[in-house]
Design a protein around this ligand. Structure first.
Ligand code: SF4
Length: 407
């Protein structure tokens, strides 16, 4: 297939495809799917070998957000019966982080709901980072606290944070239909602030919210242009009690095509399968590892993932290996530019990434393995009212509870 030969050649060189080529990946047929995965897999192995980076989420503050992101179970007016609690104490967060690191995670993602942190909140996160790094200085810390004000990124950097997550989520053109309480430009500004302070930029998207192929390509090219070092690809978990509860638009095949498109556009960037992995890829999760080089271990912010041991077994069974704490995630040329404060390697124009955790990860769910698949006409019919509460398990363990974390 000429398209895949072209995309593979470009990806192996680290070159960017055209918009038309990216759109063509999303338009491939099921007959072509394994060829698409194989082509993206060659690019993945060129830059990341067979390593899988594990990331672990700690939800520092859950629910009760004043913002109205439609995909988010923690949004203003959400009827989702999620855990709601205010800031974890540093030792509580460190305990949760330790569980993830013991399970194999090299990065801990500290997430808090809300529009953005106060300076007092930055103090809390500073103390939490110290508690985690005192126990294990090798742990990477990514903060995800919403929109940043002036000097807050610098304070997080000084506290020892390695990265900041803030997702763009969707295209600029459709952003206003998803959230009204802040803008796409606000998100771009926060990623630029984080990047300007020397934090590694983590910013991604959510697929499955009713967007077009053009929207998906737009947001991935925007992330590339902004210089995200890590691109979390979320598949919407239509959480009951949120406006998008009936948006079951994804199939495993569609998810694989989206991951492949992201890999071809961002060949040497960490591509992470984020929230919705279990719900939408289901038994096809191992094929996703041939494209992405990073996943979350265990549970998400407000929903449960598959058992942490099942994540580890899947990686091993598929012939991959967990990336060690001493191994660099990014190829050397990207690490060098990141260290120089230019993570996109274009000499400028880097910026925004990240969305706020709830989407990226907080809306994640888990699969009831005995349940019928979602994202299909059969599933939609089975849903009846369009809801699939059988597939989305609200998190009831780990941070904010008395029960041990899933790691
Ligand atoms: S994504 Fe973040 S800002 Fe948006 S509603 Fe959820 S917690 Fe609030």
């Amino acid at each position: 297939m000429d398209l895949l030969d072209t995309l593979t050649a470009k990806g192996l060189r680290g070159d960017v495809p055209t918009r038309e080529e990216a759109l063509a990946v999303l338009a491939t047929t099921d007959d072509e799917l394994l060829d698409v995965v194989a082509a993206a897999g060659r690019v993945r192995r060129q830059w990341f070998g067979r390593r899988v980076k594990l990331n672990y989420l700690v939800n520092l503050k859950s629910g009760l957000c004043p913002e109205d992101c439609s995909y988010c179970s923690q949004r203003l007016g959400s009827k989702a019966e999620i855990l709601k609690y205010t800031w974890l104490k540093p030792d509580q967060a460190a305990d949760a982080a330790r569980a993830g690191v013991s399970g194999g995670a090299k990065r801990v993602c500290l997430v808090a709901s809300g529009r953005g942190p106060t300076d007092r909140d930055i103090d809390r996160v500073t103390d939490t980072i110290a508690a985690i790094k005192d126990a294990d200085p090798a742990v990477e810390i990514c903060a995800c606290l919403g929109l940043l004000s002036d000097n807050q990124a610098e304070r997080l950097k000084a506290a020892g944070a390695d990265a900041y997550n803030h997702n763009l989520n969707t295209s600029e053109g459709t952003y206003g239909g998803i959230t009204t309480t802040h803008t796409y430009a606000d998100r771009v500004d926060t990623v630029q602030k984080a990047h300007g302070a020397g934090l590694s930029a983590c910013s991604g998207l959510i697929a499955g919210m009713g967007e077009t192929d053009e929207d998906l390509v737009d947001v991935v090219f925007a992330l590339r242009e902004l210089g995200s070092d890590s691109v979390p690809v979320n598949f919407l978990i239509p959480f009951e009690g949120t406006p998008l509860a009936k948006e079951w638009n994804l199939t495993p095949q569609r998810c694989l095509r989206i991951l492949a498109m992201v890999r071809f556009v961002c060949p040497d960037v960490e591509v992470r399968i984020a929230g919705g992995r279990e719900v939408h890829l289901r038994s096809m999760q191992p094929l996703g590892l041939h494209i992405a080089n990073s996943i979350f271990l265990g549970d998400y912010l407000t929903s449960e993932g598959q058992a942490g041991q099942a994540d580890l077994d899947m990686i091993k069974d598929a012939g991959f290996e967990v990336e060690g704490a001493g191994e660099a995630t990014l190829p050397r040329h990207r690490s060098d530019v990141a260290a120089a404060g230019d993570s996109c390697g274009t000499g400028g124009g880097c910026g925004p990434c990240g969305g706020h955790g709830a989407a990226t990860t907080g809306c994640g769910g888990t699969v009831d393995e005995a349940a019928e698949p979602a994202g299909t006409e059969e599933a939609a019919e089975a849903a009846g009212d369009g809801l699939r509460s059988d597939l989305v398990r609200v998190r009831r363990r780990g941070a904010g509870t008395e029960l041990a974390p899933n790691a």
